[in-house]
Structure formats: C-alpha cells, structure tokens
Ligand binder design. Structure first.
Ligand code: NAD
Length: 357
C-alpha cells in the first residue's frame, strides 16, 4: 500500500486532469479538491475518483473546460446549469457567484444543476465560511444507477444524496456537517471492497433486502443497496435532498433514465452573516454552541465529544505529516486510467515520486 505525500498525489491528479483536457486552472482545482478530500479523511472523494472521471470522459459524460449556463439571474435567485462540466470547478465558480450575491443582498439561493461529480460538498461550505457566510446544500446524485434504499425498501431508488451545513469560525468553518444521507458514502464501500474488508453494520443490504457487511455484491455486481442513515429520518432527508436538487433546482433526478454518468445538482443557500445581525455576537454565539456541546461528559467507551467538522481537521493535520495511504487496488486503477489517456508508466512514476524524499 503506497503512502504518498499530499503534494505528490496532487501532481498525479494534476497530470491526469491535464491529460483529460482540462486547462491549467481547472486541472489545478480538481487536483487540489481531490487531495484535500483525502487529507480530510474522505478517501471516497479523493484521488480514487480519478478512474471514474476518466471513464466519464471517454464516454462523453464529462466535459472539460465547459462554460456553465446562467439560466436565471434575478437578485437573490441564481440558477446555473453546469452542462456536465468538471464538477469541482463548476460548483466552486457557482458558489463564489452566490457568495458575491449574498454580500450584495444579504443572502442568495443558488440552484445549481447538472455538473459532473462535484466531490466533497464541504469544499463549497469552506468557501462560504471563509467569507463569513453560513451555507446549506441539499444535493442529489443522478445519471447513475440507484444506490440508496429508502426506509423500508428492499431495493434502491436514490443516489447517496449528501447534505451539508456550515457556519464560519476564525479559521474555516466553526461547525460543518458534511454527509451522505446513506450510512456510508458509496465510495467508502468501494474503498472497503478494494481493501478486502467488510463495511460497518447497518450500511448495506443484499439483493434480497437483508443486512450484509460484504461490499462485494454492491460494488462488483451492482446488487443490493446502501441504507439511508438511521431509520425513517435519514431516509426522509435523502428524499428531500432529491426533491430540492431535482424538482426545485431543476437538475436531473434519480427518476430520469440514467446514461451512466455522475451528475450532481444542489439547492444551496448562502447567508452573509455580517448583514444578518451583529457579527461579533453571532461569532460568540457560534463558539458558545460549540463549547456547550463539547462540554458534555463522554459516554462510556467514547473519547472527548466532537462536533461536525472536527474529525476532518484532525485527519488533515495527521495526513499532512504522514502522507496519504492509497490502497493497492486504487493505486493500480489510477495508473491504468492514466494509461488510457496516453500517460506512460514512466511519466506517472515521475509525477508520483515528484515530492518524495
Ligand atoms: P462521514 O460519515 O465521515 O461524516 C459525516 C459528518 O459527520 C462530517 O461532517 C463529520 O465531521 C461528522 N462526524 C464524523 N464523526 C463525528 C463525531 N464523532 N462527532 C461529531 N461529528 C462527526 O462522511 P460521509 O457521509 O461518508 O461523507 C463523506 C463525503 O462524501 C462528504 O464530504 C460528502 O460531501 C461526500 N459526498 C459527496 C457526494 C457527491 O455526489 N458529490 C455524495 C455523497 C457524499
């Protein structure tokens, strides 16, 4: 299992994104986003996504250097269609426009549609937090076979439909909930399958609708489904993410026939907290909420109480030092995908070794 320094992983991702046809700025954005996801501990949304992106490119389902279409620009309402553009760039550009609009008007509702995979949603929350804005996003995943079984269903009808909410702090979001509405993200089942390990309990059902911890059927054979987190509540949240992103934001829905791509749409809100009230008081109250929650005595068997966003910060600090452990299957798949773009093994190895030692 190679342990790759973040900077070298970034060079590999950049090389692949450039060879996919992205211009310099887009390739840098993709590489930065993916490696930050790895650093945050979300390997499901890190460089392991590159083989999927390469496949989408070959199948004409992802379009580098795409120009987004502004469908509606009406004060606090902004609708942007990314037209299968590279998600990391399309979504960051759209959220930056929404932040600028919130800074003018106090708030902006962003209806963002049809980008190829936008990756880790927290990335966009971090953009908003860095401008002292609160952020929410209801996101769906479409154009893909269904993977999520809702409460009481024996077969899937939705994507992993993430939800994200964040409020600013002195150095990035003070609190940031960034989660799939499935118990684990689909990419985490992929990582478990690649490592040959089981997934945690209550995450998967098999083709008959029974619980299983073996990701093989789900990843290799496309049978079974990921379960919504919790019981009816997680499932309800997944359904609301679907309706907000598809019916309300106007993106492709899980109910449309899929072509085999990965399309993300989201209904996001950005609120400029300097316009909403007394910024110092809001900041103090955010800190007070966090401190109050963390002051609770840990339950038996638990460490200190954490708040959303803290695990990612801890991972990032540790992995910046140690490097990122990429499992052999993922590394092999990334190399193989690179070769389909004409990247030679020597070129790949040079990029991968670029910052080692
Ligand atoms: P996860 O289960 O690791 O974490 C979910 C949230 O819980 C995070 O906000 C985390 O900070 C918080 N958390 C974790 N442990 C905690 C603890 N002990 N105490 C308090 N809070 C805690 O994440 P996930 O659901 O597997 O999602 C992983 C990533 O996948 C996210 O970045 C998400 O945006 C992304 N995602 C993207 C898509 C897409 O289509 N683009 C789809 C699904 C998920």
């Amino acid at each position: 299992m190679p342990i790759v320094p973040a900077a070298a992983l970034q060079d590999v991702a950049h090389l692949i994104a450039r060879r996919m046809g992205s211009d310099e700025a887009e390739a840098a954005q993709v590489a930065d986003h993916l490696v930050r996801a790895n650093l945050a501990g979300h390997d499901s949304h890190g460089v392991g996504m590159l083989p999927t992106y390469v496949r989408l490119l070959h199948e004409g389902l992802l379009i580098p250097n795409q120009t987004a279409e502004t469908v509606l620009d009406a004060g606090a309402l902004l609708t942007i269609d990314a037209r299968r553009g590279v998600g990391q760039r399309m979504a960051a550009d759209a959220v930056k426009r929404a932040i600028a609009r919130a800074q003018q008007l106090g708030a902006c509702v962003l209806a963002f549609r049809n980008a190829s995979h936008i990756g880790r949603i927290g990335t966009y929350a971090e953009l908003a937090a860095s401008e002292n804005c609160a952020f929410t996003a209801f996101v769906n995943v479409a154009d893909h076979h269904d993977v999520q079984a809702t409460w009481g269903a024996a077969e899937p009808r939705l994507g992993t439909n993430p939800f994200c909410a964040a409020v600013p702090g002195p150095d990035g979001p003070a609190l940031m909930l960034d989660m799939a509405t499935t118990t684990i993200a689909a990419g985490k089942a992929r990582v478990a399958y690649n490592k040959g390990i089981p997934v945690p309990d209550h995450c998967l059902i098999d083709a008959a609708g029974n619980p299983t911890d073996d990701p093989t059927g789900f990843i290799r054979d496309r049978t079974g489904a990921l379960r919504a987190f919790g019981t009816h509540k997680g499932s309800g949240m997944a359904i609301m993410c679907e309706v907000m992103a598809s019916a309300i934001a106007g993106g492709q829905g899980a109910f449309h026939d899929p072509k085999g791509g990965v399309l993300n749409s989201m209904l996001a809100t950005v609120i400029d907290l300097t316009k909403l009230g007394n910024p110092a008081q809001i900041a103090a109250d955010i800190a007070a909420v966090k401190a109050h929650v963390k002051s609770a005595r840990p339950a038996p068997g638990f460490g200190p109480v954490l708040t959303p966003g803290e695990p990612e910060r801890r991972h990032a600090a540790a992995r910046a030092q140690s490097g990122i452990d990429v499992d052999d299957t993922t590394w092999h798949d990334i190399r193989a995908a690179a070769q389909t773009l004409g990247i030679t093994p020597a070129e790949f190895d040079t990029a991968a070794a670029s910052r080692t030692a």
